[in-house]
Design a protein around this ligand. Sequence first.
Ligand SMILES: [Fe+2]
Ligand SMILES: [Fe+2]
Length: 139
Amino acid sequence: MLEKLIEHLIEEHQDYLKKIKNFQEQLEKNFSEELVQDILKFLKEDIEEHAEKEENELVNEILKINPDYDEEAIIFGHNTIREAVQDLEDTYYEFKKGKAKKEDIIKYANKAFTIVRDHFLEEENFLFPDIRRLEKEWL
Ligand SMILES: [Fe+2]
Ligand SMILES: [Fe+2]
């Protein structure tokens, strides 16, 4: 169950990394407001849903094998992403009012993407292996 869930989360990471790469190319080549809206939708819906899946389903599964598990580390990483998404959204509203430039949006979008990418790497290199180890010890 736990292993299946981790595999599913990693598949989502791979899918989202492809989308991020594509968004970054589009930001350079075909900047438009519609693109920025698509990026915000992706971050606020797809990435947020993924984060909530980890905070709920994954944490529940971990707590079954380690009732003392501290979920704060998982939530902290997600809150860092949420703040970066908020910064991007704020910049987009400033842009609409003529108070921010296209370059500012690109900067904040790339910043949010970098944080998401680093977060995925950290999960795949540290969090998920730790959980797999925990599960083996428990069995
Ligand atoms: Fe996560
Ligand atoms: Fe994740």
